[in-house]
Write a protein that binds this ligand. Structure first.
Ligand code: PLP
Ligand code: COI
Length: 355
């Protein structure tokens, strides 16, 4: 159990009003959690302090070689007046797996979760209650060693910041359009694709800009070797419903093992759908589209929740998914996942942690 020192802010910020638009990740709460690491002491000095800029050496490892990992989860104001977290143990585990890949020291899962709970409890008045709103939690770990040689950092900081958010996409639950990238690649097997680390996102920015310029909201990545097999979207895992069956790319080392993905697979199986995690080629999707059996496409993610996809562009081909509207299963998944998160639907899986 961490002994977290708390320094409350002397100047609380004005909270956004009910009608202010909460653009994703633009507003931050009054406090943040910080804990330091060095080789001799291990993780030490856990503290909650007023939200502020950081002071780091310009030579710090994170700036030059990207040795850092992050997570994303949300806190919800539940129907019964509690604050709910959704599967935070999965974030703690995934953070440690990402850290292992990046040679960052692990944080005990219970400490990771305690730090999140204590910070959210302090800033709980920042959790918005409007529909589709929540408090986004961003824990991250950075190498802070002031040294330009390429080696693992001797010092780290674990930091958690909080941001009240509305829907990730301006479309809300309306279907998004997706650009299938067949030129650049995001990750390769054996690389760092399955770790939640900045490098994967840095690799995706150029295609994202290109896709935006063409009027698409996200990029769907193909595998880095043959550029043929579907991997994931920039900020979501991807699912297809083809001829009644649910299919999603299997975890192959270059795809982020999404927590929403895992939850959706469990729900679909419980509802009697056949769910297949497999290698899916883009030709297979195109054939299903031509045959009229590409029934639904949706993305899953913490920020994006369940995001129906209405249109896919692949080279010169534009594939409209059914009538371009919200599919029945995507809608049911959205209602169920967000219903559990908000305490409107009974949590029969033990996914909710109440604060
Ligand atoms: N894939 C990528 C690249 C992501 O950034 C995210 C978001 O976290 C996901 C998938 C979905 O993961 P999760 O459902 O755990 O948020
Ligand atoms: C999340 O959904 O938590 C993510 O980390 C995606 C990010 C690009 C906003």
């Amino acid at each position: 159990m961490l002994d977290i020192k708390v320094e409350k802010t002397q100047c609380p910020k004005e909270k956004p009003g009910k009608d202010d638009p909460l653009l994703f990740g633009t507003i931050f709460t009054d406090h943040m959690f910080v804990m330091d690491y060095d080789e001799e002491k291990g993780w030490y000095d856990p503290r909650i302090v007023p939200y502020a800029d950081l002071t780091l050496s310009p030579a710090a490892t994170i700036f030059h070689y990207g040795q850092g990992v992050f997570e994303g989860l949300k806190a919800y104001n539940s129907e019964n007046g509690n604050v709910n977290l959704f599967r935070p143990d999965m974030n703690a585990k995934r953070s440690n797996r990402s850290s292992d890949r990046l040679c960052i020291p692990e944080i005990p899962e219970e400490d990771y979760i305690q730090a999140i709970e204590q910070l959210v409890a302090l800033d709980k008045d920042w959790i918005p209650s409007e529909p589709d709103h929540s408090l986004y939690i961003r824990p991250f770990i950075i190498g802070t060693d002031p040294f330009l040689g390429l080696k693992t950092s001797r010092y780290y900081q674990f930091i958690i910041i909080l941001s009240p958010v509305g829907p990730y996409y301006p479309e809300g639950l309306d279907p998004v359009s997706i650009w299938i990238e067949d030129d650049y690649v995001r990750a390769v097997r054996g690389g760092i694709g399955e770790a939640k680390t900045g490098g994967n996102y840095a690799a995706s920015i150029l295609s994202q800009v290109k896709a935006h310029d063409e009027g698409y909201s996200q990029v769907l990545w193909l595998d880095g070797v043959e550029r043929k097999y579907i991997e994931e979207v920039g900020a979501m895992n991807i699912f297809f419903k083809i001829g009644g069956k649910v299919v999603t790319p299997k975890l192959n080392g270059s795809i982020l093992p999404g927590i929403t993905r895992d939850s959706v697979i469990q729900l679909c199986k419980e509802w009697g759908y056949e769910v297949e995690e497999k290698r899916i080629s883009i030709d297979e999707i195109y054939e299903a589209h031509k045959a009229g059996i590409l029934e639904e496409v949706w993305g899953t993610g913490t920020a994006a929740v369940i995001s129906p996809v209405g249109k896919l562009r692949w080279g010169d081909e534009i594939m409209q998914v059914k009538d371009g509207g919200i599919g029945e299963l995507s809608h049911k998944l959205y209602d169920t996942v967000s219903g559990i998160q908000l305490g409107k639907i009974e949590d029969t899986h033990g996914w909710i942690v109440e604060i």
